[in-house]
Design a protein around this ligand. Structure first.
Ligand code: PLP
Length: 453
């Protein structure tokens, strides 16, 4: 019987046997095995051996209000009891979606006109790309379909959003990107800036690269530009001074839309409610997810201005319907949790907390620059990274990823969950983190770094 069912064993063995993990070397997982998290509370999580860690990444840059927030649990329960599911297909609607759409329009950093609900960051970006094409057709511009994103940008993993993503892992062997998606270089001054070039000059060069690409392809073929205010998964890349002003000047010249992917930056991460505010971005479209519900339930939203929505509405009238939407888009439980989550962020002023505790934490990280292994410390609000190098003069490492992996392992040994992106160690804790907890987190970073030196 045992041979037939093959059930039983430890949780680790059962995980290896049955569970194909996201973003993992699937073959190696069988040797390495899982880290099983059983419980979360505040900024901490506990594994199945009872060991407690600071969740220095807020899960996946996402659990803003921390784990086990009673108000979110109660909001979800109340909504489950009242109306556990309804949809917004056709002309159907429900209270939580109506309320939350209105709240989003209310807090938008620039005048916005409509909200469309989806379930993940990838779905939202995918949907926006479809909307961009639909809109170009509506405007009688069938050739205006190409979009420009950036190397090291991250926008998700569906066919369209993985195409927008500018990371090799998301393209290789997936036959991506789609050929309507083009990429310009990442705005990482420390890595990409030329000797003697100022940050501002580098930003000018980035904008020139964008304009050159637009002119090469033909401005009439380019519909939209996609950017995260701060690149997250690409390595916490903070834009250089003046970057988005210069980029937006180019986009305006050629009538190109700006899509701000605020999936990580949105809801306080950068020390403002939105990353667009931090960097003076005036987006036509905003993509929101993750901290929108502190990831207690899957939920995402697209906010758009009239310039974007108007032609789409006209086209849906011409065709008879806007033929797009997801069963769970705007899910009442998600919307109820999102409303409560936003209320918590506002009442506790977690945006200010991100600004203040973030500045304190980053100032302490700056002190690590004297380490022979620290090439750069970067960040804004409560998102930061330290870039490890073997040779500070050349900013180089012999084996990319080795130091990052070692640092990640040292941090974990010392009780902090971080994430290494090649040789950058990223920190993105829950927005509720206190100054004392940030100090504790810093001590672990300093200790782990010393172990590597
Ligand atoms: N956009 C950004 C900026 C992200 O960081 C992510 C996920 O990390 C996504 C989109 C994709 O979101 P999801 O994983 O929910 O599909």
């Amino acid at each position: 019987m045992d041979d037939l069912t093959n059930f039983g064993g430890t949780a680790e063995e059962r995980d290896i046997r049955n569970h194909f993990h996201a973003y993992t070397n699937a073959r190696r997982h069988m040797d390495v095995g899982p880290m099983i998290i059983e419980e979360g509370s505040g900024i901490h999580v506990t594994d199945n051996s009872g060991r407690r860690y600071i969740e220095g990444m807020a899960g996946l840059w996402s659990v803003g209000v921390g784990f086990q927030e009673r108000r979110l649990i109660e909001a979800a329960t109340r909504q489950m009891e009242k109306l556990p599911f309804y949809h917004n297909f056709g002309h159907k609607s429900h209270g939580p979606a109506i309320d939350f759409a209105e709240r989003l329009i209310d807090i938008a950093p620039v005048p916005m006109s409509k909200v469309f609900f989806t379930n993940s960051g990838s779905e939202a970006n995918d949907t926006v790309l479809k909307m961009v094409w639909y809109r170009s057709n509506a405007l009688g511009q069938p050739d205006k379909k190409k979009v420009i994103a950036r190397i090291r940008g991250y926008h998700g993993v569906t066919i369209a959003s993985a195409s927008l993503t500018g990371l090799p892992y998301n393209h290789r062997s997936f036959d991506l990107p789609l050929d309507r998606v083009l990429h310009i270089g990442s705005p990482h001054y420390w890595r990409e800036g030329r000797p003697g070039e100022t940050e501002e000059e580098f930003a000018t060069r980035c904008a020139e690269e964008l304009e050159t690409l637009i002119l090469r392809e033909g401005p009439e073929t380019i519909a939209a530009f996609w950017a995260e205010p701060v690149m997250g998964a690409g390595g916490v890349i903070v834009p250089p001074t003046g970057y988005f002003d210069k980029i937006q000047a180019v986009l305006a010249k050629y009538d190109i839309l700006f899509v701000a992917d605020e999936v990580i930056c949105g809801f306080g991460r950068t020390g403002e409610m939105f990353g667009s505010t931090t960097y003076g971005i005036r987006p036509d479209v905003m993509v929101l997810s993750k901290q929108i519900t502190s990831s207690y339930v899957p939920f995402s939203a697209i906010m758009m201005n009239d310039r974007f929505f108007g032609p789409i509405a006209e086209e849906s009238d011409r065709i008879g319907t806007f033929g797009h939407g997801f069963t769970a888009g705007g899910h009442p439980v998600g919307a109820a949790v999102a409303l409560e989550n936003l209320a918590i962020i506002e009442e506790r002023d977690l945006v200010a907390n991100a600004r203040e505790v973030g500045a304190h934490f980053r100032a302490r990280l700056e002190g690590l620059k004297s380490s022979p292994l620290v090439g750069e410390v970067r960040g804004v609000g409560l998102i930061a990274a330290i870039e490890l190098v073997e040779d500070k003069a050349t900013k180089s490492v012999a084996t990319p990823g080795r130091l990052g992996t070692m640092m990640n392992a040292a941090l974990l040994r010392n009780g902090l969950i971080s994430r290494s992106m090649t040789d950058a160690a990223a920190f993105c804790p829950p927005l509720i983190i206190t100054r004392a907890q940030a100090d504790e987190m810093f001590e672990i970073v300093a200790k782990s770094l010393a172990e590597l030196e």
